[in-house]
Design a protein around this ligand. Structure first.
Ligand code: 8YV
Length: 333
């Protein structure tokens, strides 16, 4: 049995309270339980004929709760004429067209801040893993290699030059942790970030050229698709490492697979992929790549906090008619 979330609610006598809540994707079990207990909730992905349900009952739905991975498609938005709120479980929301939602009078929320520490922890862990080759060394011991020869020397982390692509909340938390390693930190973002002492570099290619490890923390979506291109990977070079805890779409994955196979970069640690859960064969076969199943926020504490914040957003909408943590471009409460 999952740990109950703390947010409680009354769903009656309120602006959105008379409508149905549509759950559009699998969610944290405790969040699913809370939704079913506290609201008239329909789990769309569990229905045998979701299209028929939407045809007959689409006009009853006032709020959708969904994961960052699935979002709300344009077709689903169109099938819900009374929809006024989309609540994402996750900080990313690039799977929902927010501009389109806003034009239809639908507010959109995500779960910022509560996952920042865990994602940054994992990014630094992955960076150390790929540079010091921890996972590879573990495989070496288990495979009996140690008895034959010492494990090959790895690359030092402390004191290295780290480039952070996207200095938002998560990027800044990664940088703060890496300060403890005496690293030289630079970053690339559209405009320089105020209040930080790290060096701003205008393009991803220049950042890659000037660092030993490139950590990707930029938001996903159309604006950043393929930002880490073949050219950027070549600028990182044969001594350079890539860490991606953002979105698979930010990296040109076929170009990355080629760069790894041909030794044009030193290694990569990846928590996200272009077509999850599918991982390109070349990456699976490489010993210089650390592969993680999109777990950066996946701790009990953080996932519970994300579920709690998603539920509080829904409650605020159902009782007050506005969301608690709207994404940029949607009205704040
Ligand atoms: C989760 C994430 O895996 O928050 C995000 O954007 O990618 C991760 O924290 C995701 O929310 C689960 O859908």
């Amino acid at each position: 049995m999952s740990t109950p979330l703390t947010a409680t609610t009354s769903a009656t006598g309120t602006p959105g309270g008379r409508g149905t809540v549509l759950q559009a994707s699998p969610l944290l079990p405790a969040l699913e339980e809370a939704l079913s207990e506290q609201y008239r909730t329909v789990r769309l992905h569990e229905l045998t004929d979701p299209d028929a349900h939407l045809r007959d009952h689409g006009d009853e739905v006032v709020a959708v709760v969904t994961s960052a991975r699935f979002g709300v498609s344009d077709a689903l938005m169109d099938a819900l004429p009374r929809l006024r709120a989309i609540v994402h479980f996750g900080v990313g929301y690039e799977t929902t067209d927010v501009v389109r939602a806003r034009a239809r009078g639908i507010d959109v929320s995500n779960t910022p801040d509560v996952l920042t520490d865990c994602v940054a922890d994992l990014a630094v862990g992955a960076l150390i893993d790929v540079m010091r080759r921890l996972s590879a060394a573990d495989r070496y011991v288990r495979g009996g290699g140690w008895a034959g020869a010492p494990f090959p020397l790895a690359s030092r982390v402390s004191g290295k030059r780290v480039g952070i692509l996207g200095l938002g909340r998560i990027g800044r938390a990664v940088a703060a942790r890496l300060e403890g390693f005496g690293t030289d930190i630079a970053y690339c973002s559209r405009v320089p970030v105020t209040g930080v002492t790290y060096r701003h570099v205008p393009t991803a290619r220049e950042l890659a050229e000037q660092c030993d490890a490139l950590v990707v923390t930029v938001a996903g979506g159309a604006d950043t698709r393929g930002l880490v291109s073949a050219e950027v990977l070549d600028a990182l070079g044969p001594q350079g490492y890539l860490v991606n805890v953002a979105r698979g779409s930010v990296v040109d994955e076929p170009a990355l697979a080629r760069a790894v196979t041909e030794g044009r970069i030193a290694g990569a640690a990846l928590d996200v992929f272009a077509d999850e859960p599918h991982v390109p064969r070349e990456l699976l076969e490489s010993d210089r790549v650390v592969l993680l199943p999109h777990i950066a926020s996946a701790t009990r504490e953080t996932r519970a906090a994300m579920g709690d914040l998603a539920l509080r957003n829904l409650r605020h909408f159902m009782t007050e008619g506005v969301l608690l943590t709207p994404v940029p471009g949607t009205p704040a409460p």
